[in-house]
Write a protein that binds this ligand. Structure first.
Ligand code: NAD
Length: 339
């Protein structure tokens, strides 16, 4: 078993603190040969409280690929918690997928969490389910195990999209064309909220089985929603989908989705602005999940949670107006406020 604070060292050929994404408090590595666990936890900030953020279980091409993901995602969590006004810092974990996701592997991850004494609190993310977290909770108290964040994220996103459409078109959702990428925990619920408000939804998923039981006359399943001609495109699958090349295929007026880190790099926000596409950053609108996750910890009741989700829409309106008035991207307007 290896447990290492790798913040200030050269590890696996990478000088961690010189990495272009690094401005973090701590980065830890844990390896357990018996259970095949190889995992990284990045703690971006604990200034506002313990670092919170999900654990991602996926195949990475290399150690550096996983490091890149964990550094970007943990920084995004600090920004998201900050924008949402909840007293937590940002952190994230990744597990390098190798064989099967066994209970022993999850138990081993719990030991990793215990080493950090609550400076990082984990939750589900891609590849890690609420059931996995409930199992980890038997071996570590440093997880949020009593809430599925997906429904909260979807509801917060829905309010944000409703507001974005209202601000842009001065109209409600009836008849608006919305394309969604990903019919998972977030995308599927979002499609139902939008359809029941009269929008026409086009949804795609690389896993066609996720679409097989959709039976709603306002929802059309498509092979690829990225290039659908629409009023708003909502990425709810994976990150880094907007690149200098890929954005040439977009046929939407607004982008507002739940997927983390949608831009390959920050410069794409300016490219989208030049193309006349309003990009609403994920950190501004996908905080419903952390609002839901932390509700018991912060002893917030349902009324307070509903208000917190609606506040996401208020922030969208203010930043859309500010970016319009100053001719800057919402991304830039948001970053200026976070400084
Ligand atoms: P999920 O794993 O339940 O669903 C993602 C879906 O996207 C899957 O059905 C998958 O098959 C599909 N998919 C993957 N690549 C695709 C592609 N190229 N085109 C179309 N479909 C594709 O995940 P989720 O919980 O719904 O989260 C969606 C995104 O939102 C993720 O990026 C996640 O990190 C982010 N997010 C989720 C939450 C939450 O509360 N669940 C909170 C904040 C951010």
């Amino acid at each position: 078993m290896i447990f290492k604070d790798i913040t200030d060292i050269n590890f696996n050929g990478v000088d961690i603190s010189s990495h272009h994404e690094f401005n973090h408090e701590k980065v830890y590595y844990y390896e357990d040969q018996e259970t095949q666990l190889k995992s990284l936890i990045a703690i971006h900030s604990t200034k506002e409280g313990p670092a919170i953020g999900g654990c991602r279980y996926r195949q990475y091409d290399s150690f550096e690929d996983g490091l890149n993901d964990v550094l970007r995602l943990s920084k995004g969590m600090t920004d998201k918690n900050n924008v949402a006004g909840i007293p937590f810092g940002g952190g994230k974990a990744v597990i390098f997928k190798q064989g099967n996701k066994s209970n022993n592997l999850l138990k081993s991850f719990a030991s990793f969490l215990n080493r950090l004494n609550g400076t990082y609190i984990s939750a589900e993310d891609i590849g890690i389910t609420l059931e996995d977290i409930i199992f980890i909770r038997e071996h570590s108290e440093h997880v949020f195990d009593n809430v599925d964040p997906g429904p909260f994220t979807a509801k917060g996103l829905f309010y944000a999209i409703e507001q974005a459409i209202q601000t842009y078109f001065s109209e409600n959702l009836v008849g608006k064309k919305i394309a969604i990428q990903g019919a998972g925990s977030v995308g599927r619920r979002l499609s139902e909220y939008l359809a029941s408000s009269g929008a026409h939804v086009f949804i795609s998923d690389i896993d066609r089985s996720k679409l097989s039981d959709i039976d709603n006359r306002n929802i059309t399943c498509v092979d690829d929603s990225f290039s659908v001609e629409c009023d708003l495109f909502s990425p709810c699958a994976v990150g880094a989908i907007f690149t200098k090349d890929s954005i040439n295929n977009l046929k939407c007026k607004i982008i507002a989705g739940g997927a983390n880190n949608q831009l390959l790099d920050a410069s794409i926000a300016e490219n989208l602005l030049e193309k006349g596409i309003v990009f609403i950053p994920d950190t501004l609108i996908n905080s419903g999940g952390v609002i839901g996750l932390t509700k018991d910890y912060l002893k917030r009741d349902d009324v307070e949670i509903e208000q917190a989700l609606r506040d996401i829409a208020n922030r969208v309106k203010n930043l859309m107006v500010e970016s319009q008035e100053r001719s800057i991207s919402i991304y830039q307007a948001l970053n200026n406020r976070n400084l």
